[in-house]
Every structure is written in structure tokens, then in C-alpha cells.
Design a protein around this ligand. Structure first.
Ligand SMILES: NC(=O)c1ccc[n+]([C@@H]2O[C@H](COP(=O)([O-])OP(=O)(O)OC[C@H]3O[C@@H](n4cnc5c(N)ncnc54)[C@H](O)[C@@H]3O)[C@@H](O)[C@H]2O)c1
Length: 396
């Protein structure tokens, strides 16, 4: 395989601009060849900004090219169809989370990729924060000892203001033909949102920290801000039953305890992540919250020196081209993109944060949703033939 991988990206929106495209632009392993967005004007803007040779408004046309190695799906909408089309077209696939809403579909995508010798990567962004990469290495070296307790938090104030539209897409015209969402006001009818969209990357970090699978979960989803604007085209607030705050606890196969809280109506800045692991020998706390110019900190303590001390993050955890004043999205995604391209170029089995890992995370999200609906502990793994009530999800 050539040293540089030829990349096509679907989605020219906000996250594509600040996270994905700078990552490909800076990586010596990438050649950005094509960009696709149904919004031609937006695609043209990004094409100019990142000097991308080819432009498409139909993903199928881009996927039909046989000179692309990697497709990056960075759309806001259902990712599943584009993911399967990418794999069917024989391209390595990076996609934003969730890959699919049902964990069984994520496994199917994983198996399809494996059968074709393709690598996959999911936008589990925060495992690539230099502070988290450092935390994982300390854990691998035995700094924590036997893992006892993991606490994860993903919280920020993004939707504290009821006039911030719940639908984050920027609509020029009203969406047509989409299923209603948020209008079932029953407890069971709550739309799974914060848990899936915001909890996923920290659940992923927690699984790495404890080094085991979860065996049982119980949790609840809540709607703290019931009345809000639905889309950018609406002036009035309406009642929307959407999970904007949730909490769950779990037991792991190695006896560790696991807790997680995610919300986007809690005061605090982006990305709003805290991950804490406590073990028999030591403890590590990572904080990824942008405050006064700092985007990440890591603190550690040991059994005989219990006061937490901040550590300097070694330079080796930063991606090629990283700048001291990088926005967190650019800083963390630079690592994600470069890591993925490196895994493809090197060949072999290594493929961290892939669809299999995402399926493990999605299964937990599905199980917590079930625990909420049925108000009980749910054992994992879920039976593969489980009848899951159709998940209420937003159409993006
Ligand atoms: N991992 C993270 O930390 C993180 C952070 C922010 C956003 N995201 C995810 O990134 C994705 C994109 O978010 P965004 O804020 O850039 O959204 P956005 O609305 O700004 O941009 C998405 C773009 O995708 C285009 N699009 C949608 N469907 C398409 C299709 N079938 N073909 C071609 N183009 C299509 C839209 O026209 C739009 O321009 C979302 O899935 C979001 O959840 C992840």
C-alpha cells in the first residue's frame, strides 16, 4: 500500500471543519482527494479552505471511485446506510458515533469490515486526547493495580438555554418526511440523546480503564428542560421529551464498579469530560474541560501519596503538526485521524476504537435504555434475539 492514503469525506459541516479536515490536512499519511455534501455551497467552501481537488453532492458517486482508500462519514443524520455502502465499496471507514442505533447492526458492520479486510474507526474522540492516551499507558504499566471503581462524566451547558434548538442541524427549509420525535411524553417514550451522543466516548474510556466488560447495568434517563425550540426555523418553544441528563451504574466481570453521568444541560464548558479510575495501587483523574486556555489535565495519586498531583503530558502523545493553542477538537482529532491512517498503513491486526469497540459501547447504551424503560437491572451481554422496543431516536 502507498505511504499516503487517498481520502474522501462525506459531510462539510462544523465538526468536519474543526476536527476531521484539519486532522487529514496535518497527517503526513493522508491525501485529501474528495469532499461530498448535499449542500454544494458548503462543500465548495471547504474545498477552497482545504484545497481538496474533487467535489460531490451525491455520496454514491464518490464511493463508486476505485482510487479512494478511506471514506470518512461526518454527516449529521443516520450514519448506518453510508457506513454499509462504504464497506460494500471496499473502503476503510471512519464514522462519527453512533455507527448505528442498535448494537447488533454495529456488530454486523464490524463483521462485514473484517470479512473484507477493512479497518474501521469511530469518532470516540476523547480516547485520543493526549491526557487520556497517557492515562491508558499508565494503566497498562500497572500504575493503578487492580481496578476498583471508575467514574465518568460528560457534561456541558450546551442546551441549558431552552431557545437553543434541540435539532442541531442548520435547516434552510423545513425537513420533510422525517418521523416525529420527542412527542411521546411517557417515561418510556423519552428520546435517547445525551446518553448516546455524549455518553458514548466516556463509556469507551471507562471500559479501557477497568479492562473488562460490564455484566449488569441500571440507570435512568431524564428530561430537565421540557419546553424548547425544536429547530432553527421555529420561534416558539414546544414540549419535547428528550434525554438531556442521565445516570447509570454497572458491575464489571472483574468485580470493578462503574458509574457514568452524561448531560448537556449542566453548567460547565466543553467537552465536559472527567474520567476517574481508582485501583489497589493508584488512582488517575483526567479532566477534558476547556477552561482559561487549558484543554486537558491529568492528576495521579498512589496508595502511599494520596494527594493528587498534576502530571505534565509527554510530547509523544501529540499528533504531527500539533500547536500549543490548538482547539480541543483539532488537538484530539489530529491523534484520532493519524492513528487510524497509521493502523491502515502498517497493516496487521491493531485497530483501536473500531466498530467492535463501538458495538460494546452501543450495547451498554441499549441496555441502559432498557433499564430505564423497564426500571430494573439489565444483564449483559444482551441476548442477540432480544425484542428491543423501537428506540426513539432523533433523525440525525
Ligand atoms: N466525536 C465528537 O466529539 C463530535 C463532536 C461534534 C459532532 N460530532 C458528530 O459529527 C457529525 C457531524 O456534526 P456537525 O456538527 O458537523 O453537523 P453539521 O450539521 O454542521 O454538518 C453535517 C453536514 O452533513 C451533510 N450531510 C448530511 N447527510 C448527508 C449525506 N447523506 N450526504 C452528504 N452530505 C450529508 C449536511 O448537509 C451537513 O452539511 C454528527 O454525527 C455529530 O454527532 C461528533
Amino acid at each position: 500500500m502507498a505511504d499516503k492514503l487517498r481520502v474522501g469525506i462525506v459531510g462539510a459541516g462544523r465538526w468536519s471543519r474543526t476536527a476531521h479536515l484539519p486532522g487529514f490536512d496535518r497527517s503526513p499519511l493522508a491525501e485529501l482527494v474528495a469532499i461530498c455534501d448535499v449542500d454544494r455551497e458548503l462543500a465548495e467552501e471547504r474545498q477552497r479552505e482545504f484545497a481538496i481537488p474533487d467535489l460531490y453532492t451525491d455520496a454514491a458517486e464518490m464511493l463508486a471511485r476505485d482510487d479512494l482508500d478511506v471514506i470518512d462519514v461526518c454527516t449529521r443524520g443516520d450514519h448506518q446506510d453510508l457506513v454499509f455502502a462504504t464497506l460494500e465499496a471496499g473502503k476503510h471507514c471512519l464514522v462519527e458515533k453512533p455507527v448505528c442505533h442498535d448494537y447488533r447492526d454495529v456488530w454486523r458492520a464490524h463483521e462485514l469490515a473484517r470479512s473484507k479486510g477493512l479497518k474501521t474507526k469511530v469518532g470516540l474522540t476523547f480516547r485520543y486526547a493526549p491526557a487520556v492516551m497517557y492515562m491508558f499507558e499508565l494503566i497498562r504499566e500497572g500504575f493503578v493495580g487492580d481496578p476498583y471503581v471508575f467514574n465518568g462524566y460528560e457534561q456541558n451547558s450546551q442546551w441549558l438555554d431552552p431557545d437553543n434548538p434541540m435539532d442541531k442541524r442548520i435547516h434552510k427549509t423545513r425537513p420533510v418526511g422525517e418521523a416525529e420525535w420527542g412527542t411521546d411524553y411517557s417515561r418510556e417514550g423519552i428520546v435517547v440523546s445525551s446518553l448516546e451522543g455524549y455518553g458514548a466516548p466516556t463509556i469507551d474510556i471507562g471500559l479501557e480503564c477497568i479492562g473488562a466488560d460490564l455484566t449488569s447495568v441500571v440507570g435512568t434517563l431524564a428530561n430537565m428542560v421540557p419546553m424548547r425550540r425544536k429547530t432553527n426555523l421555529d420561534d416558539e418553544r414546544v414540549r419535547l421529551n428528550v434525554d438531556d441528563a442521565d445516570m447509570f451504574m454497572a458491575e464489571a466481570s472483574n468485580g470493578a464498579l462503574f458509574s457514568m453521568q452524561s448531560s448537556y444541560v449542566t453548567v460547565g464548558n466543553y467537552p465536559g469530560i472527567e474520567a476517574r479510575i481508582f485501583g489497589s495501587k493508584g488512582a488517575i483523574q483526567v479532566r477534558l474541560v476547556e477552561e482559561f486556555g487549558t484543554i486537558q489535565t491529568i492528576k495521579t495519586a498512589t496508595a502511599d501519596a494520596v494527594e493528587f498531583v498534576e502530571r505534565e503530558i509527554p510530547q509523544r502523545y501529540f499528533a504531527p503538526g500539533a500547536q500549543p493553542d490548538d482547539h480541543w477538537s483539532t488537538a484530539f482529532y489530529g491523534n484520532l485521524v493519524h492513528n487510524f491512517l497509521g493502523e491502515i498503513v502498517e497493516g496487521g491486526e491493531t485497530n483501536q476504537g473500531d466498530f467492535a469497540q463501538s458495538a460494546r459501547v452501543q450495547e451498554i447504551i441499549n441496555a441502559v435504555t432498557l433499564a430505564h424503560r423497564e426500571r430494573r437491572w439489565i444483564d449483559l451481554p444482551l441476548p442477540r434475539d432480544l425484542e428491543m422496543p423501537a428506540a426513539q431516536t432523533m433523525p440525525w
